[in-house]
Design a protein around this ligand. Structure first.
Ligand code: PLP
Length: 422
């Protein structure tokens, strides 16, 4: 399919080369009538699937009522509905008292705002980030993103961050807390005291690495002791993806700042927020500004999905089902021949990675391409695209989850047997 107009920078369209014309729930349709089970979920933006019917109705009603659609941060009925739903369904049931900052519409906008606020609050510059981290590609976020591939896209100094090894990585497990203590508690260590520690509790783009709960608790305690802000980037792992609304709930910790984007918009609609502990909400009015800070349609959709899926408490029916589906994915991947040959299965909730780096002659990229030919959209992640990432809509039917796994495991088996080009 020749693409002469769009920039070379395009990416997902290269991996999944068809023209998509429609999508519903967990299935996309191509222009030639082909259908594809979705294990990508718009890179995590579609936790509730494509075009959920009840949300679509709300959006149509809102448009027909001539509700505001522009993005200035005016107070609108749509924004109030979202804030009320977020308070009722997410914050209050978890005893959380965060303020909500609306920033620009994408994930990196939220990370930029969080980093800026942490520096403003502490008067310090340095931020600790981690190997394998992905936080976006605008300059401030890119300084915290670890991948050399993305970092090489900017020919200027990416300053103000120190990267430490994440507790798990392609090089194996690591005692990150020990190194952090040595850097911060030794006045002769040569590292500036950080304003913040920024992390994904489950790394997505880096290869689906899960931070242990003990590490998260120790990190929280360490940050408290040194008046360092703890920022959790829950842009990919949040909104139910890891089997709870926030990915850090399993550790019982409360970050100082939280970034959310991707699925918070409810319908794949762009929206990003920073959640701020009230004592750190020291912004002056308009100090961090922007034209598009209030995507009204995203507010409408977000309020609708929060009320539909999250009204029955932190361990309600929806997340319980997500955890069950996640266990099934882990079971099926874990039983594959690839695992007997050294592949690793990592993940939480419905966010799973199958790391093929130790399996000779099997390329995750080729497995993804062959899956696409067989009607499954599944992407790769990791340092060098060596991990198959299973990230279906959280609402995926048991039948399509099972059928998608059948395709993936069959393609893998052929690759292992050497009966395909994978
Ligand atoms: N943070 C995390 C954890 C992400 O996974 C991403 C995107 O994949 C981002 C930040 C950046 O979000 P965006 O691509 O919307 O700028």
């Amino acid at each position: 399919m020749p693409q002469t107009t769009e920039s070379e920078v395009r990416s997902y369209s290269r991996s999944f080369p068809t023209i998509f014309t429609a999508a519903k729930g967990d299935v996309l349709r191509g222009h030639d009538g082909s259908t594809y089970i979705d294990f990508l979920a718009g890179a995590g933006t579609l936790n509730y699937g494509h075009n959920p019917e009840t949300v679509k109705r709300r959006l149509i009603d809102y448009l027909e009522s001539d509700g505001l659609t522009h993005g200035l941060d005016l107070t609108t009925s749509a924004k109030l509905e979202f804030l009320n739903a977020f308070t009722d369904c997410v914050l209050e049931p978890r005893g959380l008292g965060y303020r909500v900052q609306f920033c620009g519409p994408t994930g990196t906008n939220a990370v930029e705002a969080a980093l800026k606020l942490a520096r403003l609050v502490t008067g310090r510059t340095n931020v600790i980030a981690f190997s394998g981290a992905f936080h976006g590609v605008s300059t401030g976020s890119l300084a915290a993103t670890a991948s050399n591939y993305y970092r090489s896209g900017l020919h200027t100094t990416l300053g103000g961050t120190t990267h430490l090894p994440y507790p798990d990585s392609p090089l194996g497990e690591y005692d990150t807390m020990d190194l952090l203590r040595r850097l911060v508690e030794d006045p002769g260590a040569g590292t500036a005291k950080p304003a913040a520690v920024l992390l994904e509790t489950v790394q997505g783009e880096g290869g689906v690495y899960v931070a242990p709960t003990d590490f998260l608790r120790e990190l929280r305690e360490f940050c408290d002791r040194h008046q360092i802000l703890l920022i959790v980037d829950d842009i990919q792992a949040g909104c139910g993806r890891t089997g709870s609304f926030f990915s850090f709930e399993r550790a019982g910790i409360e970050p100082d700042l939280i970034t959310l984007s991707k699925s918070i918009g409810g319908y794949g609609l762009p929206m990003a927020v920073v959640l701020i502990k009230p004592q750190y909400d020291i912004w002056r009015p308009g100090q961090h500004n922007g034209t598009f800070r209030g995507n009204q349609l995203a507010f409408v959709a977000a309020a609708a999905v929060l009320r539909e899926y999250w009204a029955d408490g932190p361990d309600g029916a929806f997340v319980t089902a997500v955890r069950g589906k996640g266990r099934e994915v882990a079971r099926r991947l874990g039983a594959s021949t690839a695992v007997q040959l050294g592949a690793r299965v990592r993940g939480l909730g419905l966010m799973w990675g199958l790391d093929l780096s130790a399996v000779p002659d099997v390329s995750a990229g080729k497995v993804s391409h062959l899956c696409f030919d067989r009607g499954l959209i599944v992407e790769t992640c990791g340092r060098d695209g060596e991990v198959i990432k299973v990230l279906p809509p959280l609402t995926i039917s048991d039948e399509n989850l099972s059928q998608g796994l059948d395709i993936l495991l069959d393609v893998l088996q052929c690759a292992v047997d050497g009966t395909s080009a994978a």
